[in-house]
Design a protein around this ligand. Structure first.
Ligand SMILES: Cc1ncc(COP(=O)(O)O)c(C=O)c1O
Length: 354
């Protein structure tokens, strides 16, 4: 132990995800489609004229205009951040004191419990039910019985792909006055949003990202939607200048080409349905329907580690989520390009037959 660093940090495992050396990389819910080179050229052309010696402006206006138009939300209520991860942290800084209560769903996005530990907050964990769906009654009971200052839920849920019903979100908001952070990282794939409820509930904020549907994971850009008054307060909890000039320019240009991006999303959704149908035919595999760009599946015959390692040895990297609560027999695969999905399917069939 290092005596001058917090125990809560040293007690955490490192957040490491293998990233290189796999021809078929389906482990981080990224888009398989890179930004087309003409658009990269356009971004580069604009960025060359930019003044790199200057700090980035907060906003800036053209990015806020583009986000506002895309999200259908007033720009005064939009806060860009360095990936939605930064904004998760920002909302926690803004709403929680050490010892406060935060409600999350397990299994869910793994960054939430990590940050809870770092911030020394009390975690109230609600587990998904047997069918890996949200348990509305349990959420509402916990809110009634416990002292909860913040709720942080991803919908679609990562790693299951399940959606939290809008009616459940509404019910939560009628009984809960703390900050409700709804993480819609996979919105492009689900096309379901609780954005309208911000009009009636000032304690709701929504997080989105350009890392998934928008193929921009490498540039780190997320955004928060909330009431303008809430956003201007939360902005104070965020590090200044955290979104660099390059990402600002890239995102602004990319929104001008959002049709290409949304075509990719539609393509990935079709591939998701194809992959699901093919996986459902494989004996020993139980895939779960997903509203995101990944599929969770359980292995009912062969050990989960065996399947994961066999795929890995063939250059196919997916995500082992078997250490998550309730998912002892589960793996998660990101939807890739058709040829990547085919390689995954072929390998999976052979492993299960072998
Ligand atoms: C639910 C959820 N929220 C947030 C993120 C992080 O996104 P970003 O790249 O914008 O930090 C992820 C990434 O996997 C995610 O699954």
């Amino acid at each position: 132990m290092i005596p001058f660093l917090k125990f809560s940090i040293q007690d955490l495992g490192s957040y490491s995800v293998p990233q290189e050396g796999f021809p078929v990389k389906l482990n981080q819910n990224e888009s398989p489609f890179d930004i087309p080179s003409e658009i990269k050229q356009e971004i580069w052309h604009r960025f060359q004229k930019d003044e790199w010696s200057r700090y980035p402006t907060e906003g800036p206006e053209d990015l806020l205009d583009a986000l506002s138009q895309y999200a259908g939300y007033p720009k005064e209520g939009i806060l860009p951040g360095n990936g939605s991860n930064e904004l998760i942290q920002t909302t926690m800084i803004g709403a929680l004191n050490p010892g406060d209560g935060m409600l999350i769903i397990r299994p869910g996005f793994s960054v939430y419990p990590r940050l809870a530990k770092i911030f020394n907050v009390e975690l109230f964990q609600i587990f998904l039910n047997q069918n890996l769906q949200f348990e509305e009654a349990e959420i509402l009971n916990t809110l009634r019985d416990k002292s909860v200052q913040m709720i942080l839920i991803d919908s679609p849920n990562n790693p299951t792909g399940a959606l939290l019903k809008l009616s459940t979100i509404e019910k939560i908001l009628t009984v809960f006055n703390g900050l409700f952070v709804l993480d819609e990282a996979y919105f492009e794939f689900s096309q379901t949003t609780a954005k309208k409820l911000i009009d009636t509930h000032q304690n709701l904020v929504i997080l989105r990202t350009l890392s998934k549907g928008f193929s921009l994971a490498g540039l780190r850009l997320g955004y928060l939607l909330g009431r303008p008054k809430v956003v201007s307060e939360l902005k104070k909890a965020k590090l200044p200048f955290s979104v660099n000039r390059f990402s600002q320019v890239a995102a602004t240009v990319l929104f001008a080409h959002s049709k290409i991006i949304l075509n990719n999303v539609a393509f990935i959704k079709k591939e998701r349905e194809r992959l699901f149908a093919e996986m459902a035919k494989i004996s020993g595999i139980k895939p779960y329907p997903s509203e995101a760009n990944f599929i969770l599946f359980e292995t009912t015959e062969k050990p989960v580690q065996h399947i994961f390692e066999q795929l890995k040895s063939q250059g196919i990297l997916i995500r082992d989520v078997s250490y998550y609560p309730k998912l002892e027999k589960a793996l998660r695969v990101t939807i890739g390009k058709p040829e990547e999905n085919d390689r995954f399917l072929d390998a999976l069939r052979k492993i299960l037959q072998g």
